[in-house]
Ligand binder design. Structure first.
Ligand code: PLP
Length: 433
């Protein structure tokens, strides 16, 4: 797999699918979208909508490209699944099976990673506001590394480690003052950030850790942002780390962008890994061990969301409203993120038809999943698909308007299995006391 996403299709196929669909997706003889060999119309009938449909082989393929690609470029290396992107036990389990390590950003993600079968020693705990309880939980679990994010974090972890009679290996998160071209809300490498230490502050932080008897600083971490479609900011960030001295371990973060639209170009995973390792070889000669922690580029294109059209209304624009929306995909509302959409039950007409506003069911005018998308004569009961929803979809799902969160269905080789069931109304009141 050379590029970041490429569904398999016959060269002569008159109805090729956009690159953003999961690997192996196709349009079947009935004109229906197939994911992992499963007809999405049948999936909708079996599991209901909205639903997250995951192509298991796509997840595995991308994990292998990352794992084998980095290992070939740098002998002592590891790929960490940035699990905030898709914190679902079955996804943790699959990526643990594929030999990845794991990045968690809270006690909850740590609990999920352990439940998903990650070895504690291969878990890295992040967080700009870790609580004492989360640090205790990490030490009790035997988490391999904790990424320190502030002076308070350093003193708190030293206290917790001393009380536990443990010495904890740590990395220090640095913000290298490199901002990639992405939405401000997901840019994290700028100097004025809530994450990590600026270069100027990092030196004092390194000394603070050196003076902490129960902490052992093994290296530095940096993550400059998400959905980055150019490689140059990554290499500038690596160069900036060099000014902080020599370390054995460098965690170069995640952030590689993916195509959400048919003609959007994203660097391939292999070119990204080559750029990182080349830059590290030159700028960080002491780096014995290199880590990367992709989220989005591992999981985004593995998954599609299925919705059912409920209403079609013509109020100046044509408003096509479905049974989900900002409760299963917040990204369009948070970042103006763009998606494709098509009718999964009439895929041969994808990209054709009337210009529509694909709206959700929630009580906000901003609850629009895709603006200005062509849908062929949409009608209530049609099945809508939005591809590339594997990253930060399930992760940020919520119960706005009392809408139960969708199920997650894994598909492979024509078999579908439910890995997360749909929430019920009983779940909605299950925390009441
Ligand atoms: N690492 C850290 C520290 C992050 O904060 C994030 C995302 O916020 C990631 C990795 C994953 O980023 P992405 O999903 O863009 O690869």
């Amino acid at each position: 797999m050379a590029t970041s996403a490429a569904p398999v299709h016959d060269e002569a196929d008159p109805y090729p699918l956009s690159q953003v669909y999961p690997l192996g997706s196709r349009i079947n003889d009935r004109g229906h979208l197939e994911i992992g060999g499963c007809d999405t119309v049948e999936l909708a009938a079996q599991f209901g909508t909205p639903a997250f449909i995951v192509a298991e082989e796509d997840l595995r393929a991308r994990a292998r490209v990352y794992r084998d690609g980095l290992a070939a470029l740098h002998h002592d290396s590891d790929v960490l699944f940035a699990s905030k992107a898709f914190p679902c036990t079955a996804v943790y389990r699959l990526l643990a099976q594929e030999g990845l390590a794991c990045d968690v950003a809270s006690g909850g993600e740590l609990a999920l990673a352990l439940a998903g079968g990650f070895e504690p020693a291969r878990i890295y705990l992040h967080g700009n506001a870790k609580s004492e309880a989360e640090l205790q939980q990490a030490l009790a679990a035997g988490v391999g590394h904790i990424v320190l994010d502030s002076a308070d974090d350093i003193t708190r972890l030293e206290r917790v480690a001393a009380a536990a009679g443990r010495t904890q290996e740590v990395l220090l998160r640095v913000t290298p003052d490199v901002a990639g071209d992405t939405h401000a809300a997901i840019s994290t490498g700028q100097a004025d950030s809530k994450f990590g230490f600026g270069i100027a502050q990092a030196r004092a932080a390194i000394d603070l850790v050196a003076d902490a008897p129960h902490l052992r600083l093994v290296g530095l971490h940096c993550h400059i942002g998400s959905q980055l479609l150019a490689l140059e900011p990554f290499t500038r960030a690596i160069e900036a780390l060099a000014s902080l001295g020599s370390f054995e371990v460098y965690n170069l973060g995640g952030g590689l962008g993916v195509p959400y639209l048919e003609h959007q170009e994203a660097p391939s995973i292999s070119s990204y890994l080559t750029a990182l390792t080349d830059a590290a070889r030159t700028a960080l000669p002491s780096a014995r061990r290199l880590l990367v922690e992709p989220g989005r580029s591992l999981v985004a294109n593995s998954t599609v969301t299925l919705y059912t059209v409920q209403t079609v209304k013509r109020n100046v624009s044509t408003w096509v409203a479905v049974d989900g929306g900002m409760s299963d995909n917040l990204r369009p509302m948070l970042y103006g993120a763009r998606y494709e959409a098509a009718l999964a039950n009439r895929m041969r007409s994808a990209g054709k038809g009337e210009l529509c506003q694909l709206a959700g069911k929630h009580c906000e005018s901003g609850d629009v999943i895709v603006r200005d998308v062509r849908l062929p004569d949409p009608r209530p009961g049609d099945l809508v698909v939005t591809p590339a929803t594997g990253a930060y979809g399930h992760a940020m799902a919520n119960n706005y308007n009392g809408v139960p969160r969708p199920p997650v269905v894994f598909c492979a080789g024509g078999d579908a299995r439910l890995v997360v069931r749909r929430e019920t109304y009983a779940d909605l009141v299950s925390r009441d006391v």
